[in-house]
Ligand binder design. Structure first.
Ligand SMILES: Cc1cc2nc3c(=O)[nH]c(=O)nc-3n(C[C@H](O)[C@H](O)[C@H](O)COP(=O)(O)OP(=O)(O)OC[C@H]3O[C@@H](n4cnc5c(N)ncnc54)[C@H](O)[C@@H]3O)c2cc1C
Length: 314
């Protein structure tokens, strides 16, 4: 079978799968974790919708991609102290992942890690850590550069070397759910930790009746203990009662730094030009900053793979 193998079941890998579905191209998707979604995850606890990863986004981002996913009405406004016009997904960011996953009818292999990629006789070989070997006619690597560089060491050593230079920043995400009446106003946040964003919502879609959810993203210097953060914030806020829910997620490699640097687009274009024919890269480390950009990168990878299959059809 001339199919495409997609490696990575995060936002971009799922977007690639849905696009291949639309193009009528057979595919298999390999994801190392038991769940799909990658760095997007939402859980509900005591009526609070808690996002452990990406949570709030500029309203000015492009949101057209929500309509074909049936999520056109799902954006809600959240309150942010220093900036304005932030939105979030009503049922959490994972609703985007779930809507994409619902359109995936191809084979999804979970809990399988790809260790390396190779090529032989015009076919791509996918080596899994469990010793299995798969073959494919085209590949989409929808995993962050820190993983992709390992997979690509044999197939594209120069490209792999470039990807190994991608460095990352940490993000600690703190969710604290209170009874709104227990919090003093105005809500402020301490400045002695590097807090890149902080927001709160009382939207009934995200909190139980009378609840208020604080969501904070903190960049901690290396070595600082993230487990002390919620206590630190709690002491600063001095509420009348402890939080009803608390969730802290530490992401050591959350944010690729190159996209924030001058000259990123040109550098990435020259990196992507090193891709072997039949191989595409998709995901946040290679695209601009916004969910729409990650989805578009998955779709573009699918289009590249499909074009390669057409061009090499026997
Ligand atoms: C805390 C946090 C906050 C964020 N905030 C924002 C925000 O405000 N705005 C915004 O636009 N973006 C934000 N992001 C980024 C956004 O979540 C990501 O850009 C997007 O979800 C990335 O999707 P992706 O598919 O590129 O990668 P990922 O979500 O990383 O998915 C890659 C997948 O590949 C799998 N994988 C990796 N290696 C292998 C392997 N060897 N074999 C098989 N599978 C493998 C992983 O398990 C994972 O599921 C945030 C991210 C984090 C962590």
């Amino acid at each position: 079978m001339r199919d495409v193998v997609i490696i990575g079941g995060g936002l971009s890998g799922l977007a690639a799968a849905v696009e291949l579905e639309r193009l009528g191209v057979p595919y298999r998707l390999i994801e190392v974790k038991p769940r799909l979604g990658g760095s997007i995850m939402t859980e509900t606890e005591a009526g609070f919708v808690l996002d452990g990863g990406a949570f709030a986004f500029p309203k000015s981002d492009s949101w057209d991609f929500l309509t074909p996913l049936g999520l056109a009405d799902s954006l809600i406004t959240v309150h942010e102290v220093s900036r304005r016009h932030l939105v979030a997904l009503r049922a959490g960011t994972q609703s985007v992942v779930d809507a994409l996953a619902a359109q995936v009818n191809g084979t999804v292999l979970r809990r399988m890690a790809v260790s390396s990629l190779g090529a032989m006789d015009g076919r791509f070989m996918i080596c899994l850590e469990n010793g299995l070997m798969l073959e494919a006619a085209a590949l989409i690597v929808a995993a962050p550069a820190r993983h992709a560089e390992r997979m690509l060491r044999t197939l594209a050593p120069e490209l792999s070397l470039r990807l190994s230079a991608v460095d990352y920043d940490t993000i600690t995400r703190v969710n604290l759910g209170y009874r709104a009446a227990d919090l003093n106003r105005p809500i402020t946040f301490p400045w002695d930790v590097a807090v890149p964003f902080y927001m709160w919502t009382e939207n009934p879609a995200r909190v139980p009746e009378g609840g208020l959810l604080l969501q904070i993203g903190v960049r901690l210097p290396p070595g600082q203990d993230e487990s002390a953060l919620s206590q630190h914030l709690h002491e600063h806020l001095k509420p009348d009662a402890p939080p009803l829910v608390e969730r802290v997620d530490y992401w050591p490699d959350a944010d690729p730094l190159p996209p924030h640097r001058k000259g990123f687009a040109a550098a990435m274009a020259s990196t992507l030009a090193m891709l072997p024919e039949g191989v595409a890269l998709a995901g946040s480390d290679y695209a601009g900053f916004a969910l729409a950009a990650r989805i578009a990168s998955g779709q573009a990878a699918a289009a590249r793979a499909a074009a390669y299959l057409r061009a090499t059809a026997g």
